[in-house]
Design a protein around this ligand. Structure first.
Ligand SMILES: NC(=O)c1ccc[n+]([C@@H]2O[C@H](COP(=O)([O-])OP(=O)(O)OC[C@H]3O[C@@H](n4cnc5c(N)ncnc54)[C@H](O)[C@@H]3O)[C@@H](O)[C@H]2O)c1
Length: 268
């Protein structure tokens, strides 16, 4: 018995990193998975590898900034498997990294359109489908540890978008709680994926600096995030809605930089 046996799921940003790990995890737990992403080659490859391991998966090129794409992704899941039970709204970009006073309107627009409006757009069509089935469902939106706290590495639009995802998630959870649709936000910390590499290539921090911000002193793996997404989508999480769940090695619990120096009597 898998955690998600027979459930139909959409995962956005499923071609890479956390979304790809989630596609594998959800399928391994018995879900039928519609992988949605703009990266066709990588998305098809992930879907194929899921099927190669005996899972049920379908890729559809989906740009979460386009209403018609998102609607088509929901329709494709329903056409293939008859319904929609779960959604992991996870597609996201870091955007341009620079000081706040250097960011352009375009920088802001891109990040907000993918990270915030993309999640809202996905929920619009997902919830419509779930309601048309008579209610019931679970949605997880990817925010970030920097949806709970600020950072000073030049990614203010990203930080703002991820804070907004937390608010959006809470509002949606309240609206749909009585209809049996649970909505939660997942807040990963530093996770080794192409997104983080891209941020660092722009000079916004380094792997070492990222680790210094993490009490557990290591980046997370995409699998560690995917496992919690699957749990939040599962019936094991049946009383959890409107929550923000940090999966961040302790990062959002405090701000350990600069590194803690040994104090007399401490154990290191
Ligand atoms: N990696 C981290 O440290 C970290 C930390 C906190 C939150 N997150 C969030 O996790 C999510 C996944 O990021 P990741 O680290 O796996 O990055 P990633 O770059 O590996 O994956 C992101 C995926 O989203 C896709 N995507 C981008 N724009 C899209 C669009 N308009 N429509 C559809 N798909 C689109 C990309 O093609 C890519 O496959 C993002 O929302 C990110 O902000 C990541």
């Amino acid at each position: 018995m898998g955690l998600l046996d027979g459930k139909v799921a959409i995962i956005t940003g499923a071609a890479s990193g956390i979304g790809a790990a989630a596609a594998r995890e959800f399928a391994a737990e018995g879900a039928f998975v519609l992988l949605a992403d703009i990266d066709v080659d990588a998305g098809e490859a992930v879907a194929q590898s899921v099927r190669g391991h005996g899972g049920q998966a379908l890729f559809l090129r989906t740009d979460v900034t386009r209403d018609s794409d998102v609607e088509a992704a929901v329709q494709a899941a329903v056409a293939e498997w008859g319904r929609l039970d779960l959604a992991f709204n996870n597609a996201g970009i870091d955007g341009v990294a620079c000081d706040l006073d250097q960011h352009t309107e375009q920088d802001w627009g891109q990040v907000i359109d993918v990270n915030l409006h993309g999640v809202a757009r996905c929920m619009r069509y997902e919830v419509r489908q779930m309601r048309s089935q008579g209610g019931g469902g679970a949605i997880v939106n990817t925010s970030s540890a920097v949806g709970l706290m600020g950072v000073d590495v030049g990614i203010a639009p990203y930080v703002a978008s991820k804070h907004a995802v937390v608010g959006l998630t809470k509002a949606a959870a309240l609206e749909f709680a009585a209809r049996g649709i649970r909505v939660n936000a997942l807040c990963p910390g530093g996770v080794a994926t192409p997104l983080v590499e891209h941020t660092q290539q722009q000079g916004a921090g380094s792997e070492e600096a990222a680790r210094d911000m993490i009490p557990m002193r290591r980046l997370g793996t995409p699998q560690e995030i995917a496992a919690v997404a699957a749990f939040l989508c599962s019936d094991k999480a049946s009383y959890i809605t409107g929550s923000t769940v940090a999966v961040d090695g302790g990062m959002s619990a405090g701000y350990p930089r600069p590194l803690r120096v040994a104090v007399p009597g401490s154990v290191g």
